[in-house]
Design a protein. Structure first.
Length: 274
């Protein structure tokens, strides 16, 4: 009741100063009153749907958490914990230019472990299950697919086999596919570049032209480490934070800049396995 009175008084002030009321002035007064009395303001968010894929125990869940919170801490066990079902992480962010983004981060659990570990192919039914799950969540346009793996302890041949499998059976995803190397929170930029270069010199990687498959580029991620927190190691925490923030910013910016999504519903038949 009171804020309607405020509008009336504001309008009365305008009428006293001018016989002809300018619409811009009317709107200005209403907006001013709204700022004070309207507690429920909604904002327009642009959608970005991201699928994190790859073998289990590579840090997919950690990436989703760090995208939502740069201060996320994780120890060794939780960093490589295995997601048991498709998980949808929903977060929002805003940019300096006033635009807002709503992220659906889809964490796919060990999607390719079945085919690599027990020598069987993923079936069309399994792919269909994933597609249906996305449809029920109203997520059909995927802006970015990210193949996640870590180089902790060196190059893992199983990861390379899984990448080859992905490239062979999901060729259409290449235009929206990125590669994320995890566990890099204690690596400098030069060290991260060296990891990337050494990986793409691997004989199997070169043979199958895997670098060309990741047309959206190669990125790095990590998280603040629990042991640094427990030891109250200021230097380690500061270095990890700077590295994580830099890597996270580059990845999120890339997701925002990707405007051409891959529609998994309309292209379902082309995504099926042969």
């Amino acid at each position: 009741m009171f804020f309607f009175c405020d509008i009336s008084f504001a309008m009365a002030d305008v009428r006293r100063t001018s016989q002809k009321v300018d619409i811009d002035e009317i709107w200005k007064n209403i907006r001013f009153t709204d700022e004070e009395h309207n507690p429920y303001k909604f904002i327009h968010c642009e959608e970005r749907n991201i699928v994190l894929m790859g073998r289990s125990r590579t840090g997919k869940s950690t990436i989703a958490k760090v995208m939502g919170d740069v201060f996320h801490f994780s120890g060794e066990k939780s960093l490589f914990s295995e997601t048991k079902q498709i998980d949808f992480h929903k977060v929002t962010t805003s940019t300096a230019n006033g635009r807002h983004y709503y992220f659906n981060i889809i964490d796919v659990p060990g999607f390719f472990d079945i085919s690599i570990d027990i020598k069987t192919s993923l079936t069309n039914h399994q792919v269909k299950q994933f597609i249906n799950k996305c449809i029920t969540q109203n997520v059909c346009n995927i802006h970015m697919f990210a193949y996640v793996f870590n180089l902790h302890g060196g190059i893992n041949e199983d990861d390379i086999k899984a990448m080859v499998y992905t490239r062979t059976h999901f060729k259409d995803l290449s235009a929206n596919m990125a590669l994320i190397i995890t566990n890099c929170e204690r690596c400098t930029e030069d060290q991260r570049e060296e990891l990337r270069d050494n990986f793409f010199k691997n004989e199997t990687v070169v043979k199958h032209h895997l670098k060309d498959f990741f047309r959206q580029g190669i990125y790095f991620m990590g998280c603040l480490r629990q042991d640094s927190y427990e030891q109250a190691n200021q230097q380690s925490i500061s270095e990890e934070y700077r590295n994580v923030l830099e890597m996270r910013n580059k990845w999120i910016l890339k997701c925002i800049e990707t405007n051409t999504p891959f529609n998994i519903y309309h292209k379902e038949s082309r995504c099926g396995l042969s």
